[in-house]
Design a binder for this molecule. Structure first.
Ligand code: HEM
Length: 208
């Protein structure tokens, strides 16, 4: 029904309703005008930005459906550009390697036993063997004038050089080579300081 039709209908009514009809006609015109103007203006503004659709102000940005649209000038028009995907922080984070490369099971090295500091006897001025002492076995092996060892009172002596120097004769000393000479020495020299002092010069070490 067009406004002219309405007008005709209203005109055909009797005088009583004439004023009312006129008022209605005016308000109808107004309403139509309002609807028309709204229809023209709203869609472009209200619509969410999409590529090519009109926008209001240059450089204006709007985010819609994961895209950031920017208002650009296209010819004389202002339109939304194609939009750029909005990269979320999550996406950035995923670029980083989430976990370090799995380390291959390395064979755990078996701990090498570290030598514990045991109470080792402090080495003396002589040799290691001296520290450890000498066996009677070793004394027995040095039983001649070229190498004369004797064990006296728990200590081992190398009397090789004393053989030719003994005031009581070489034979008495040779007689001690390769044996435990404690009783022979003590029976002759007992606790006399001279022979005991001389003996100390030829000490090898303790008898084991
Ligand atoms: C490794 C052992 C010996 C040592 C270091 C030794 C040392 C001496 C010394 C230093 C003397 C000089 C005098 C003294 O100070 O009394 C002496 C004298 C003498 N020693 Fe030995 N002696 C040894 C073993 C023997 C043995 C086994 C005998 C005989 C069993 C013997 C018989 C004598 C005699 C007879 C004298 C006296 C010499 C003298 O008085 O003129 N000694 N000895």
């Amino acid at each position: 029904m067009s406004p002219s039709e309405i007008e005709r209908i209203f005109n055909s009514q009797d005088e009583e309703i004439h004023d009312y009809a006129t008022a209605m006609k005016r308000s109808r015109h107004l309403a139509l005008l309002l609807i028309f103007s709204l229809a023209l203006s709203t869609p472009a503004l209200a619509a969410s930005p999409k590529k090519g659709s009109a926008c209001k102000k240059e450089k204006l940005t709007s985010i819609s459906q994961g895209k950031k649209f920017t208002c650009i000038k296209k010819g004389k028009k202002l339109v939304w550009n194609k939009g750029v995907k909005v990269s979320s922080k999550k996406a950035k984070a995923s670029k980083k390697p989430t976990s370090a490369p799995a380390t291959t099971a390395r064979p755990t090295p078996t701990p090498t036993p570290t030598p514990t500091a045991t109470a080792t006897p402090t080495p003396t001025s002589t040799s290691k063997a001296a520290t450890a002492g000498y066996t009677l076995e070793q004394v027995r092996a040095n039983n001649n004038a070229s190498s004369c060892w004797s064990a006296i009172d728990g200590s081992v002596y190398d009397l090789t050089k004393w053989i030719g120097s003994h005031p009581g004769g070489a034979a008495n000393i040779r007689g001690l080579c390769g044996i435990d000479g404690t009783s022979a020495f003590k029976s002759r020299h007992g606790n006399s300081s001279g022979p005991t002092g001389q003996l100390a010069n030829y000490l090898l070490g303790p008898l084991r």
